[in-house]
Design a binder for this molecule. Structure first.
Ligand SMILES: C[S@@+](CC[C@H](N)C(=O)[O-])C[C@H]1O[C@@H](n2cnc3c(N)ncnc32)[C@H](O)[C@@H]1O
Length: 253
């Protein structure tokens, strides 16, 4: 699946804010080894580098386009191309951190305990995932996908996969001293025409759009945009309000 760093970074502030809020809840003062799984263009890794300048810091991502941007970011880190689902640590880490990535990996019941096994005793495992699968932005994506002439091609498109907060607690608790989980709903203030469409086209919409081409792709986008604009109308001041819920988890080993 191809990522476009420019489209993604069009909302850099909104996307990086939860990365900082997750980081703020990690108590480690001087971790020696830190990794950012799904580092993207390096925006989340930059926060880790700033907080722990002496740590051996790695950023891992499966997208060459994102890693190219990460290299250009100037952040001091070791960039690694790899798949989180298959990744194994050669040495344990003090902090394994991930912002807005595990929803693309799935199978969290097995993924999280496996990754937590790579954290040193006394270290921290921390992640954030979007928790908005029931929001109109995603419900309408599924609705439009199922209704048009493209329905057959989109029937098996893999959507982002997240669990409920209580399920994350149950999955992580046997492998941790304690687990801190919380949710935040941001009222995102977006600007310009088709604002919510532009947001999701950088992330959740990509698997749907990439499964289509030509007139079918255009038709799908037009139908989805029309429903999105009705669900998230532009306000008198030209902004569009886009409520967006995210789930955060910090586990101490
Ligand atoms: C939404 S971006 C998050 C980027 C950054 N961490 C941030 O805080 O904004 C998700 C990133 O996860 C990466 N990704 C998705 N699936 C992956 C996988 N299985 N293994 C490694 N990286 C993956 C994508 O390439 C993308 O860069």
């Amino acid at each position: 699946m191809v990522w476009n760093p420019q489209t993604y970074l069009a909302f850099a502030d909104e996307r990086t804010r939860p990365a900082g809020e997750l980081l703020a809840r990690i108590p480690d003062e001087h971790p020696a080894r830190v990794i950012d799984l799904g580092c993207g263009p390096g925006n989340s890794t930059a926060l880790l580098a700033h907080r722990w300048p002496r740590a051996h810091l790695e950023g891992l991502d499966s997208s060459p386009q994102m890693l190219e941007q990460a290299h250009k970011s100037g952040v001091t880190a070791h960039w690694i191309e790899g798949d989180v689902a298959a990744w194994r640590a050669h040495e344990p880490y003090d902090v394994i951190y991930s912002n807005a990535t595990y929803q693309w990996v799935g199978d969290h019941e097995h993924l999280l305990p496996r990754l937590m096994g790579f954290v040193k005793s006394g270290g921290t495992f921390a992640f954030q995932v979007p928790h908005n699968m029931d929001a109109p932005s995603h419900a309408l994506m599924r609705e439009v996908a199922a209704q048009g002439p493209w329905a057959g091609k989109l029937a098996n498109v893999r959507e982002i996969a997240v669990l409920k907060a209580e399920a994350y607690y149950d999955v992580m608790r046997p492998h941790a001293l304690g687990v801190d989980i919380w949710e935040t709903e941001y009222l995102q203030v977006l600007h310009g025409e088709d604002a919510v469409y532009h947001w999701v086209s950088g992330t959740g919409l990509r698997p749907f759009v990439q499964a289509l081409d030509g007139a079918e792709r255009e038709g799908f986008i037009a139908a989805y945009k029309a429903k999105l604009n009705a669900a998230y109308p532009m306000r008198a001041d030209g902004t569009t309000l886009f409520p967006f819920k995210r789930l955060f988890a910090v586990a101490r080993k």
